[in-house]
Design a protein around this ligand. Structure first.
Ligand SMILES: Cc1ncc(C[n+]2csc(CCOP(=O)(O)OP(=O)(O)O)c2C)c(N)n1
Length: 313
């Protein structure tokens, strides 16, 4: 398992945070078409998880997956370009915010179908198993995706065949605007894992190091033929479900409270000696973000003559 330093964790999380905050600015400035789903507050999960992966491991995410793409190594300018509808190397500007994918870093893609990534990630795990390859497949899902039929089928299949699948459940309390506890008859998401016979752990998803340990252990276990692991990472989203969500369904003070324990604040709190380094990292990341936006703005939009390309009907 590779070590993650506090500075590395901070830089990777700050990059995602500033990327998404800039997306909000670009959206309000009219530079991003459609709605966007941000994971502000959930950055420790992709950063901790991806710190433990090898280059050939496969990563699949949800529509809230910008952080996973960036933590996996997707280029910042290409990410902005995709969201801005430019001809990027991700989905050519045709997918936008919920459809990043980049085979060059084994990022199998985001997916706006809830639970849609799980069978795709299962396919990557089957490929690893059949080819006897030393790789695992990691999939991020929300708590709400546990109620989808294809999630059940894929998790059952992974358990039956001891496949090297790591399921990272980002438990951010809400499924869209509804608390998961209002939609399920169980007290803990861990009960779902038990139902499949999948080993599970519940961790602080705002702590990149706790995530790294859990995913690193799960990866080692998967590579040794120990089968899938269900990692429930508890976290809180600091922004709306989507860019236009006024969040009226959230109790007063909930977001303010969450801001006192979000991943960047928590890391600063646990390393007061590194605060100057963290400030310097923030400033460096900000320069990278501005440069990436400038590069994205200079990219072309897809030519109208290519409108019918990539269509199946
Ligand atoms: C199959 C399907 N059903 C419904 C929707 C509408 N929808 C979009 S997001 C969402 C909630 C998902 O919640 P969760 O899995 O907890 O992820 P989170 O939004 O918290 O990241 C729903 C129901 C969808 N995109 N796909």
């Amino acid at each position: 398992m590779s070590d993650l330093t506090p500075e590395q964790a901070y830089r990777a999380m700050a990059r995602i945070r500033q990327f998404e905050e800039m997306c909000l600015e670009l959206k309000s400035g009219g530079e991003i078409p459609g709605s966007i789903h941000l994971a502000v507050g959930q950055e420790a999960i992709p950063v901790g998880a991806c710190s433990q992966l090898g280059p050939d491991d496969a990563v699949t995410a949800t529509y809230r997956g910008h952080g996973w793409a960036l933590a996996r190594g997707v280029d910042l300018a290409q990410a902005f370009a995709e969201i801005m509808g430019r001809e990027s190397t991700l989905s050519g500007g045709r997918g936008g915010s919920p459809y990043f994918s980049d085979a060059s870093v084994n990022f199998m893609g985001e997916n706006s179908i809830v639970g849609g990534g799980v069978p795709i990630a299962l396919g990557a795990a089957v490929d690893a198993w059949q080819g006897d390859r030393e790789v695992v497949s990691v999939v991020s899902i929300g708590d709400g995706a546990l109620n989808q039929g294809n999630t059940h089928e894929a998790l059952n299949f992974a358990a039956a065949f001891d496949l090297p699948l790591v399921v990272v459940v980002e438990n951010n309390i809400y499924s869209e605007m509804t608390p998961w506890k209002d939609m399920m008859g169980i007290d803990s998401l861990q009960e779902r894992a038990a139902g499949y016979g999948i080993r599970s752990v519940q961790i602080d998803g705002n702590d990149a190091f706790a995530v790294a340990t859990a995913v690193g252990d799960a990866r080692d276990r998967g590579l040794k033929g120990g089968g899938p692991t269900f990692v429930e990472a508890e976290t809180e989203r600091l922004v709306g479900h989507y860019s236009g969500d006024a969040q009226a369904y959230r109790p007063p003070g909930e977001v303010e409270d969450a801001r006192t324990r979000e991943p960047l604040v928590a890391l600063r709190g646990s390393h007061p000696d590194l605060v100057n380094s963290f400030d310097a990292i923030d400033a460096e990341v900000s320069v990278d973000i501005d440069a990436a936006v400038t590069a994205a703005r200079a990219m072309n939009e897809p030519a109208p003559s290519t409108l019918t390309e990539h269509l199946y009907v």
